[in-house]
Design a protein around this ligand. Structure first.
Ligand code: AMP
Ligand code: TRP
Length: 334
């Protein structure tokens, strides 16, 4: 098994990023046997499809790298790097641009969503984004790619590209990857509005729990979280039409590694005055060690950059044979 996944380096990390994305990677890493390997990277080359100040970009790469390590990604067991430091990604992307069809890219729903009505002024990078993603995956002969539902179409394109390249050049070069999409991936909602996703761009800081929030801040935010006046129901069915209650109970269940039904059974008939302190406590205990490691890692840029540098060297070495074989298959190298 060769597992590979990428994440766009965003700043202001919060509970949604942790439970919805980062934690899944840590789980995969921890479940690997000795013959398997994980490659995890920060998709900073993908992030250029949206304009960002250079200083912010650097900060966000370091934030996400530190968050991944703090949450349990072990750079000695998994290959952890940022895409920009491994030029093979950009090189293979260009080679695959000869194989990718405009018609395929025109069908990509993420491009349509992100470009919106003003497609003419979207960057070419945003359009070609899925080809770079295919290069990311195919370079390492990845067999399993953990992603969210929204990335499934990009992985189908990756498989199409691999198949066409292999057929066009008469080689058996690229491995067809399988997506791994968590059945019920945690979707964490705003603490102020149970129908909106917890998001770094919400103007209210009370809507989210940041990875950098201290114990008191976490407790305060949970206490002030929006709820309804009803007590907790006997089972998860009773959460229908109660988005805020559903979210808080969902967070508790995810953190405790249990189900919403079990949490309801435990707190049935009690009000949020009783439930919130228990939830706050659980959040504080889960996030404190991660926050401590995060702050520690973030206080030493040199050490953090060295981790990424080492990862990039390992990734480059792993990518090299496939990249060379692609050049050769195309008659670009002897
Ligand atoms: P973003 O910062 O929105 O680009 O998200 C980075 C990663 O965190 C992506 O994999 C998202 O799916 C995940 N993520 C962001 N917000 C949430 C949320 N509220 N619930 C679950 N996952 C989230
Ligand atoms: N496009 C992915 C996302 O936005 C991130 C990504 C880039 C990725 N390259 C990848 C994921 C390769 C898996 C494999 O979530």
């Amino acid at each position: 098994m060769r597992v590979l996944s990428g994440i766009q380096p965003t700043g202001n990390l919060h509970l949604g990023n942790y439970l919805g994305a980062i934690r899944n990677w840590v789980r995969m890493q921890d479940e690997m046997d000795a013959d398997s390997q994980c490659f995890f990277f920060l998709a900073d080359m993908h992030s250029i499809t949206v304009h960002e100040e250079p200083a912010a970009r650097i900060r966000h790469v370091r934030d996400m790298a530190a968050a991944l390590v703090a949450a349990g990604i072990d750079p000695n067991r998994s290959v952890l790097f940022n895409q920009a430091r491994v030029p093979a990604h950009a090189e293979l992307c260009w080679l695959l641009n000869g194989t990718a069809r405009i018609g395929w890219l025109n069908r990509m729903t993420q491009f349509k969503d992100k470009a919106g009505k003003n497609r003419e002024s979207a960057s070419v990078g945003l359009y070609v984004y899925p080809v770079l993603m295919a290069a990311d995956v195919l370079l390492y002969q990845a067999t399993h790619v953990p992603v969210g539902e929204d990335q499934k179409q990009h992985l189908e394109l990756t498989r199409d590209l691999a198949t066409k390249f292999n057929a066009d050049f008469g080689v058996e070069l690229f491995t067809l990857p399988d997506p791994i999409i968590p059945k019920e991936s945690a979707r964490i909602m705003s603490l102020r509005d149970g129908t909106a996703k917890m998001s770094k761009s919400d103007p209210s800081d009370m809507s989210r729990i940041n990875l950098t929030d201290d114990d008191d801040a976490i407790m305060q935010k949970v206490k002030k979280a929006k709820t309804d006046p009803e007590p907790l129901p006997e089972s998860a069915e009773g959460l229908a039409g109660r988005p805020e209650a559903n979210n808080l109970i969902g967070i508790y269940a995810t953190l405790a590694g249990t189900t919403a039904d079990a949490v309801c059974a435990e707190f049935a008939g009690k009000g949020f005055g009783a439930f919130k302190p228990a939830l706050g406590e659980l959040l504080v205990e889960t996030l404190r060690p991660i926050r401590m490691r995060f702050m520690d890692l973030r206080s030493d840029d040199t050490a953090l950059d060295a981790i990424l540098e080492k990862g990039a060297a390992k990734a480059s070495a792993a990518a090299e044979p496939t990249l060379r074989a692609a050049y050769r298959a195309m008659g670009l190298m002897r």
